[in-house]
Design a protein around this ligand. Structure first.
Ligand SMILES: NC(=O)c1ccc[n+]([C@@H]2O[C@H](COP(=O)([O-])OP(=O)(O)OC[C@H]3O[C@@H](n4cnc5c(N)ncnc54)[C@H](OP(=O)(O)O)[C@@H]3O)[C@@H](O)[C@H]2O)c1
Length: 243
C-alpha cells in the first residue's frame, strides 16, 4: 500500500454494480474497501479480487445496523486515518413496491430504511474521515427513476415504472446530494448523484438492458474525475440529468 493511493469505500460491493466498481477502481491503483453486510459474501468478493493482486479489504457494513456502520468508521480510522471517496452504492427494491395510490406502506418504509436512512447514517459516520482527505468526494448511486422531472414526462421510456417507494427514495437521496453539496462546499467536499442506467443485476431480476460494466461507468467516471466532476449535480455516464 502506498500512503498516497486514494482510499475508496463502496457500500454493497459484494456483487452487481458495486463489485464491478470495486474491481475497476482497484485495477486503477485505488485502495478499495469492499463494503458488504454479509461477512461471508464480503470475504468471498475480496478473495476474488485479491486473486488479481488488487489492494482490497472487506469492511462489514449493513445500512440497517448503525452499530456496524460505527464500527466500519472506527476500522477505517484505525487502518487508514482517512477516507477519500465514499460511494453510497448499496440499495434495494422491494417486491411489494407499486404506485402510490395503493402501495404497501411497509414496503415504502423498508426501501427508505435502506436507500435513504441507511445511506444518510453511513454518510454522517464517514464525514469525519472524509474531512481528513485532501480530495474528498461522495458519490450517491441514485437512479433516473429518482428524477421528478423525468417522472413527469408520460413519454419517458421508464414512465410505466410507478415504483413509488424506490423512486421516492432515490428522489430523496438526490435531495441529500444537493443539500450536502451546498453545506459541505466550504470544506471542498464534492457530492454528486449518479444514475448507472437500467443494468442487468439481481436488483431487477436481470431485466436491465445494460451490462454490469456499462452500469459501473458513471461511478468510475466520477471517482476518477474523468469529466472534472461538478458539485451537487446528477450525472449518467454520458450526460447531466435533470432533478
Ligand atoms: N441495476 C439497475 O438497473 C440500477 C439502476 C439504477 C440504480 N441502481 C442502483 O445501483 C445500486 C446497486 O444496485 P445493483 O443493481 O448492483 O443491485 P444488486 O446486484 O442487488 O446489489 C445491491 C447491493 O446492495 C447491497 N445491500 C442491500 N441492502 C443492504 C444493506 N442493508 N446493507 C448493506 N448492503 C446492502 C446488497 O447486498 P446483499 O448481497 O447482502 O443483498 C448488494 O451488495 C443500488 O443503489 C441501485 O438502486 C441500479
Amino acid at each position: 500500500m502506498n500512503k498516497a493511493d486514494p482510499i475508496v469505500l463502496i457500500t454493497g460491493a459484494n456483487k452487481g454494480i458495486g463489485f464491478e466498481i470495486a474491481q475497476q477502481l482497484a485495477a486503477k491503483g485505488l485502495i478499495v474497501l469492499v463494503g458488504a453486510r454479509s461477512r461471508q459474501a464480503g470475504e468471498k468478493a475480496v478473495a476474488d479480487l485479491a486473486g488479481d493482486s488488487l489492494d482490497v479489504r472487506h469492511v462489514q457494513i449493513d445500512l440497517n445496523d448503525e452499530q456496524s456502520i460505527a464500527e466500519a468508521a472506527k476500522f477505517i480510522e484505525a487502518e487508514f486515518g482517512r477516507l477519500d471517496i465514499l460511494i453510497n452504492n448499496a440499495g434495494i427494491t422491494d417486491p411489494d413496491d407499486g404506485p402510490p395510490a395503493n402501495v404497501s406502506i411497509q414496503a415504502v418504509r423498508r426501501i427508505f430504511e435502506t436507500n435513504l436512512f441507511g445511506t444518510l447514517v453511513v454518510t454522517q459516520a464517514m464525514l469525519p474521515l472524509l474531512r481528513k482527505s485532501d480530495r474528498p468526494q461522495i458519490i450517491n448511486q441514485s437512479s433516473g427513476l429518482g428524477s421528478i422531472q423525468l417522472n413527469k414526462d408520460p413519454d419517458w421510456e421508464f414512465a410505466p415504472f410507478k415504483l413509488f417507494g424506490y423512486c421516492a427514495s432515490k428522489a430523496a437521496l438526490n435531495m441529500m446530494t444537493v443539500q450536502l453539496a451546498s453545506t459541505l462546499a466550504e470544506e471542498n467536499i464534492v457530492v454528486n448523484s449518479i444514475d448507472p442506467g437500467f443494468t442487468a443485476t439481481d436488483l431487477n431480476n436481470h431485466r436491465g438492458r445494460q451490462s454490469i460494466p456499462e452500469g459501473a461507468a458513471a461511478a468510475i467516471s466520477q471517482a476518477l474525475n474523468i469529466k472534472g466532476s461538478g458539485n451537487g449535480e446528477f450525472f449518467s455516464a454520458t450526460e447531466s440529468l435533470p432533478w
